[in-house]
Design a protein around this ligand. Sequence first.
Ligand code: GLV
Ligand code: MG
Length: 335
Amino acid sequence: MKTYRSFYKPLAIGAPTPFAEPPVALERMIHFVPPHIEKMRAKIPQMISQVDVILGNLEDAIPADEKLNAREGFIQMANENDFGSTKLWTRINSLESPWVLDDITEIVTRCGNKLDVIMLPKVNGPWDIHYLDQLLAQLEAKAGVTKPIQIHAILETAEGVNNVEAIATASPRMHGMSLGPADLAASRGMKTTRVGGGHPDYQVLADADGDAPRTRYQQDLWHYTVAKMVDACLAAGIKPFYGPFGDFSDPAACEAQFRNSFLMGCLGTWTLHPSQIGIAKSVFSPEPEEVKFALRILEAMPDGTGAVMLDGKMQDDATWKQAKVICDLADLVIS
Ligand code: GLV
Ligand code: MG
């Protein structure tokens, strides 16, 4: 039977070429909570069983005069709740803001043992990760934090996209990366006011066919960046995620955007509204029919080598690996 290659271990004789490590925990949705609002903090105990990750947001969408309340609210919600197997993350303010140093210091020293991941916005290059990495090491030692806090970067500046590979490998603390389409659009000078998703004017026109009206095909604005991010993450052994989808009135478009990123290799997405939790759960869990077919591939090639035909479709070592990715994810979903 074939085994996975660890990024840190030599290949076993006869092992396949490297491919994606199976995820160890589901992170299908990173659910954003505004911690300065008491009513929202009160909902945390019910939310814990519904989501894979709860994130206390301190950055954009929190008004400047509520920043300190959001930080205090986050520390309170971290210390007051038992999160069980649900992960606890926070998105701190960006490194260019006046709040970030106290965000990091207060959070690590007062609730560092409860925290799994810090999401760092507006990462421009590996130097941003190095700064946070060193600060975390010092604060963890000071506060006696026993489990290293991981770092998740938001890819949301043109400079960050340019440096994506160096960011992905900047520290052993790197957990993964999310696309930040709203800030990235602004940073690139894109002509949109949307938070993620498509744009009706970003399209190609089918060839003219006499006088018949020409068909217009809307294109995915984020395809290039998601593909670049997925490659950088998988090459570095870290995890890629889609980011926010801001139009809560359009669940179908939200689902389509999430699904594109799932098919492209992302493991999860952000959910900014409770209505998006179910969408993320279903999109980032493999379809039962897909799993059944993947299982047939694994069964048809027990040692993962050779070539067989299934329903007229050729299967070989490469599709065995594809099938293994789907079956590993299905295992996690049902376990
Ligand atoms: C998220 O932070 C974004 O800018 O899209
Ligand atoms: Mg942003």
